[in-house]
Design a protein around this ligand. Structure first.
Ligand code: ZN
Length: 350
């Protein structure tokens, strides 16, 4: 019998970022071409690959519902309502409609949005209202992929208490919390998964980043870490990119040391194939290939203003999926695309 590998692909359905022709959150109107144009283009291309390989390519669509959306549109559930017919179509096809909360807050004093990582009461409230916004959709989310992959003990405990079955925000070996140097710059993504293993686990209540030890209580939510890459050439190139994005040399310096990098499935096939080779060479340790992308990355090059945005594309994604399928065939593995909540069922045997 062929051994099975499971692929999970998540899409963070954010508004278009400025490098993709979008506007800043502080401007009156946000741009959502990634959802309105990018996703239909993806479905068209995906259908071709499904027919070619006889595989169903499922995707977990992670919808924004949080305080920032409420601040801009007056309703936490705005994205669920505005794009409802698209979510319904995707849901009927066997995909999953899931949740993508950002803990971003407006600071009136400096007139800037920032990532709230310290005020636990505010974060808990943001989670509570975001989760409850799904009432309008008819089903609460069963899986979670957080904004900028941020978690702390409180957020994962809160998600678990809300009944979410699985989270795949973990990026093993990655830590972007670099103290004041980065936090003083305001709206920049920070997360800490430096000690996280590469396989699925039930998180410790004491430390969300690792499995519970035998003597410790665990959370009921499953953590399914994303597939990261430790190959030196990919680490170096990704961190050059991050150094530009963060306007600090720290990521570049860290490429010389330990740690890992994550590549979106919309990234260059040349780099992505290196990650795939690393994954398939370690298939005995972990059979879950977990990745994600953003809806604006699906847009055509005419919308991509910044150099870094041109590095991601729908064409890359399709080539990477084909490479995933053909490599699995070469290794004589049975490849299955599951939604995140299907993985939860699969792992729990329910
Ligand atoms: Zn996001």
């Amino acid at each position: 019998m062929k051994h099975k590998i499971v692929v999970v692909i998540g899409c963070d359905c954010d508004p278009d970022r400025s490098g993709y022709g979008g506007t800043a959150f502080s401007e009156p109107r946000l741009v959502w071409r990634g959802i309105l144009q990018g996703i239909p283009s993806l479905l068209n291309q995906r259908n071709k690959i499904e027919r070619k390989y006889g595989k169903k390519i499922k995707i977990s669509w992670n919808v924004r519902a949080d305080e920032q959306i409420k601040s801009v549109y007056g309703s936490t559930s705005w994205c669920l309502e505005e794009f409802k017919s698209l979510w319904e179509t995707l849901n009927k096809e066997g995909n999953e409609i899931a949740w993508h909360p950002h803990v971003i807050r407006w600071n009136q004093k400096i007139c800037r949005w920032y990532q709230e990582i310290d005020n636990l009461d505010w974060i808990a409230e943001c989670y509570e209202t975001g989760f409850n916004a799904f009432k309008i959709w008819g089903n609460f989310p069963r899986s979670l992929h957080t904004g900028w992959c941020f978690h702390n003990n409180l957020t994962l405990q809160k998600a678990s208490a809300l009944g979410i079955e699985i989270d795949y925000s973990a990026l093993p070996g990655i830590n972007t919390i670099n103290g004041r140097e980065i936090r003083n710059k305001g709206l920049l993504d920070v997360c800490d998964w430096r000690i996280t293993p590469r396989y699925p686990y039930l998180p410790s209540k004491q430390d969300y980043r690792r499995p519970a030890k035998a003597s410790e209580p665990s959370l009921s939510i499953l953590e399914l870490p994303a597939t990261v890459c430790t190959t030196k050439s990919v680490k170096f190139l990704k961190r050059v990119h991050e150094s530009f994005k963060r306007k600090t040399i720290t990521p570049l310096l860290s490429s010389l040391g330990m740690g890992s990098v994550f590549l979106n499935i919309t990234a260059s096939p040349m780099l992505f194939s290196v990650c795939l080779n690393e994954f398939f060479s370690n298939i005995k340790q972990n059979k879950f290939f977990v990745t994600y992308f953003h809806s604006d990355e699906l847009l055509g090059s005419e919308y991509k203003i910044s150099v870094s945005s041109k590095l991601y594309s729908l064409e890359n994604m399709m080539r990477n999926i084909e490479r995933l399928i053909s490599t699995a065939e070469r290794y004589n593995l049975d490849i299955t695309f599951m939604t995140a909540s299907e993985v939860s069922k699969y792992l729990r045997g329910t």
